[in-house]
Design a protein around this ligand. Structure first.
Ligand code: HAM
Length: 404
């Protein structure tokens, strides 16, 4: 075994896994095109501050999971752990707000988080994310969740979309107070981390996975009962739209998400089989302003491409493979036949293996060829090729088009 190995949590995407990955990527991109999102390519590295400011100082991502480093000039940089922060930075820096009343962007690429690797969780993984800047309308939240639902439906995924509203600047502070007060009464049942969070970041206690904490927060006050008029109306309109669109959802009053920028709507599509979030997102109405842009409400989501790939089961169909098998000294002719078939749009593998017909046919089988295209002296002399169906063994002589 070579001494060179990829890093833990960094994986090669190849073979069947790559095909599933590509399938998901194309499915999501196709959907986003139907909704008229415009693609942008964002840098993988940003100033650390871009992430700290947006995702939040007290979050796990910023505190424990960043690939942060100093460059040669001593500046603190980081590999992006997600795409929203960079998209917001780009939206402001390129003054996109000045071009249109609202802007719909999507991006695809690798993200990096120093998490403990396990099934479906990597340190380098890929997201496709979409963001809508410039509208406060719950219609946009509904369309975002509609895209998520349509993606999941096409994958026949056993997934539930959970939604919640986590309020705004007006209604969240009194809720936080009430929650902190409640958490003090159950402090004896909370884990160390949650005790620590009870005052600073009490919302995060709601989604702690430790069983005693889960039990202790069951009776905790709910954000939905504290929503101000604007947030309550926004949330109920969203639910109306989802019902109108026949999108099944479950309200989860404990859904809070691990990033600090959210306001109002948050949602996650959770796989029942895998018990992980496959797609997640929500609204972030203050982030653009907090990062130096004009006040701009926004909402978006991101798909974990590897995670969603885990749901692709049925065999992926590919164009049939034509394996071109030259036998004898007919390489020139074989090159021309391959060229002719490819110009007809056929997927052709010209065999590089110099061996007898039997060995070549074995190789064609191994590569999953549907047809073998046999070319020998006789074919060259007659300007044709012999097409052999690999399954039935049936053979056919086919003339090359005169243009060749
Ligand atoms: P997030 O929930 O942190 O949200 O990540 C979104 C998705 O990325 C997750 O649901 C999951 O599928 C995938 N993911 C996250 N971490 C990993 C990992 N370590 N390995 C594999 N997949 C992973 C965000 O990133 C927000 N930026 C989403 C958003 C966009 N909100 C508004 N706009």
């Amino acid at each position: 075994m070579s001494e060179f190995q990829s890093l833990r949590g960094f994986h090669d995407l190849l073979g069947e896994e790559f095909k599933r990955f590509k399938y998901v990527s194309e499915l999501v991109r196709g959907k986003l095109k139907l909704y008229n999102f415009e693609e942008i390519v964002l840098p993988v590295v940003e100033y650390l501050e871009v992430f700290r400011r947006s995702i939040g100082e007290a979050t796990d991502i910023v505190q424990k999971e960043m690939f942060a480093f100093q460059d040669r000039k001593g500046r603190w940089l980081a590999l992006r752990p997600e795409g929203t922060a960079g998209a917001v930075r780009a939206y402001i820096q390129n003054r996109l707000y000045a071009l249109k009343p609202y802007t719909k962007l999507f991006y695809e690429g690798p993200m990096f988080r120093y998490e403990r690797p396990q099934a479906g969780r990597y340190r380098q993984f890929h997201q496709i994310g979409a963001e809508v800047f410039g509208s406060i309308d719950p219609l946009v939240d509904a369309e975002i969740i509609q895209i998520v639902y349509e993606i999941l439906s096409e994958l026949n995924a056993k997934v539930i979309i959970e939604i919640n509203s986590i309020g705004c600047k007006v209604c969240r502070p009194p809720y936080k107070e009430a929650l902190s007060t409640y958490l003090r009464t159950v402090a004896g049942h909370l884990c160390e981390v949650c005790i620590d969070r009870s005052d600073r970041n009490p919302l995060r206690v709601l989604d702690c996975k430790v069983p005693t904490c889960k039990e202790a927060v069951k009776e905790a006050p709910k954000m939905v009962d504290f929503l101000c008029n604007e947030c309550r109306e926004h949330y109920s309109k969203l639910k109306e739209y989802l019902t109108l669109l026949s999108i099944p959802y479950r309200e989860n009053p404990h859904l809070v998400r691990g990033l600090d920028y959210y306001t109002k709507t948050v949602f996650e599509a959770v796989s029942e089989e895998l018990d992980v979030a496959l797609i997640a997102g929500g609204r972030y109405d203050y982030l653009v302003e907090e990062m130096g842009g004009p006040p701009t409400p926004a909402v978006g989501f991101a798909v974990g491409v590897e995670r969603l790939s885990l749901l692709v089961r049925e065999g992926l169909t590919e164009d049939p493979l034509y394996m071109l098998i030259p036998f004898g000294d007919v390489m020139d002719y074989a090159l021309l036949v391959a060229k002719a078939l490819r110009s007809e749009g056929k997927r052709v593998e010209l065999s590089y293996k110099r061996a007898g017909l039997k060995k070549q046919l074995e190789l064609a089988n191994r590569l999953g060829a549907k047809y073998a295209v046999l070319v020998g002296e006789e074919e060259r002399a007659g300007n044709f090729y012999t097409l052999k169906d690999m399954e039935t063994g049936h053979q056919l002589k086919i003339e090359l088009s005169p243009a060749m």
